[in-house]
Design a protein around this ligand. Structure first.
Ligand code: HPA
Length: 247
């Protein structure tokens, strides 16, 4: 049975398991953010990757997404669940909500979007950026665990590391974005290039810029992230038990 990859953001995955390091973090595309680690969770081997490094050191625009994906591919993962903290824009995206987005609008710039060299153009289909089967399994785990997940929504991905202006968020709202994060791209498209099913579990940690009476509060974001990670760890525990396929 294939292992499952988890790309996590800053929050730790609070399972009582023994993580073992899996080799180094070197690839033909440079060094990944951290060495991948592996543990048994539920009935699955889980290979986890700290997107921003361990400890946290790479800002969203400075992450080597290609190397991180190559490391997960090297260890044979059958699917990848990406954990993203996001700002809420749409009505369902209240602070604390968990969303399984179904679409992406990419507002990033200058990030390398492909494993192909520049003289070997490769166009891939990306109409549906997230894997439908994997999304369905996450939603099913939510039902079984009694943890509310919102099915679908557009993830807008901005360049960061600064947060957005109120006008940028108003534009993203008009564009139909439900949430805004900084790391969904190019991660999702690189997973697609490698043929690895990929889905995101997005935790809303703040109302996006201009959508509340106060400025975005970084301490509050940290507190909501910590609480949310506990819920995510519980949900994924169930997910790894019930997941079918993705070998
Ligand atoms: N904007 C972009 N990325 C984020 C936000 C936000 O408001 N909150 C958490 N990640």
């Amino acid at each position: 049975m294939a292992s499952i990859g988890v790309i996590r953001g800053s929050g730790a995955l609070d399972w009582d398991v023994d993580w073992r390091e899996l080799g180094d973090n070197h690839t033909d595309f440079g060094d990944g953010s951290a060495r991948p680690v592996i543990a048994e969770v539920g009935d699955r081997e889980v290979v986890a990757m700290a997107r921003h490094g361990e400890p946290h050191r790479y800002a969203p625009h400075a992450v080597n997404y290609r190397a991180n994906l190559k490391l997960l591919e090297r260890h044979g993962v059958g699917a990848i669940v990406a954990l993203n903290t996001v700002g809420g824009i749409g009505a369902v995206a209240e602070t604390g909500a968990l969303i399984v987005p179904d679409q992406i609008i990419d507002y990033t710039w200058g990030r390398i979007q492909s494993f192909s060299p520049e003289d070997a153009v490769r166009h891939i289909d990306f109409s549906e950026p997230f894997d439908g089967g994997l999304r369905a399994e996450l939603l099913r785990a939510g039902e079984i665990a009694g943890i509310r997940l919102h099915d679908g929504g557009v993830m807008g991905v901005t360049q960061g590391p600064r947060l957005e202006t109120a006008a940028e968020i108003a534009r993203m709202d008009r564009d139909g974005c439900a949430v805004v994060g900084m790391t969904g791209m190019p991660e999702a498209v690189l997973a697609r290039e490698l043929g690895i099913p990929y889905a995101s579990l997005s935790l809303v940690v703040n109302p996006a810029a201009g959508l509340s009476d106060s400025m975005v509060d970084l301490d509050e974001i940290r507190a909501v992230s910590e609480q949310g990670m506990t819920k995510i760890a519980e949900l994924l525990g169930v997910f790894f038990q019930i997941l079918e396929g993705f070998d």
